[in-house]
Design a protein around this ligand. Sequence first.
Ligand code: GAR
Length: 197
Amino acid sequence: MSKRVAILISGGGSNMVALAQSMTDDHPARPVLVLANSADAGGLEKAADMGIATAVVDHRPYGQDRAAFEAKLSKTLAAHNPDIICLAGFMRVLTAGFTSQWQDQMLNIHPSLLPKYKGLNTHARAIEAGDSEAGCSVHQVTAELDGGPILGQARVPLLASDTPETLAARVLPLEHQLYPAVLRRFAAGDATMVNLP
Ligand code: GAR
């Protein structure tokens, strides 16, 4: 039986689209839900166009009450009975209460070569540091922000002329290759590291 995948987004959802489009034919998983923390997330319409169920759990009415927001998030997810949850540009920090509830079932894509540059502004920080390469990582989600076991990485050379925008434009297409490659392995029960290119 196919694994059921829920994808969490906050924005345009290009990684969500890449994941959803990959789950066809002999792929061991299928998308069952795309959930956003804002009704404005552009990816919601793309998901609906692909025939995937969508939901919104807006974090704003909960203010500082992360536990209440995450309880609603979990309840909405549980209603779709996911085996795997993919964070794909989901820009809310999740507490240990939530991550432990979905332990070993949750993946995230992060635009840096982890363990470098957890958090925000990853490309600017790689440029600032004078790194010779940059890239993206897919990892399992634990209570430590961007700190769970790494399941895949893709690398690009960092050019002297790079800005955060030019670097992001080169890394994003790699994210679209890396995340589906890792998800396919993970859904098949294989946690071997994926290295691209
Ligand atoms: C992607 O670059 C993803 O790696 C990043 O947000 C972007 C979402 O784009 N995620 C993070 O920064 C998580 N901390 P998308 O909505 O087009 O997939």
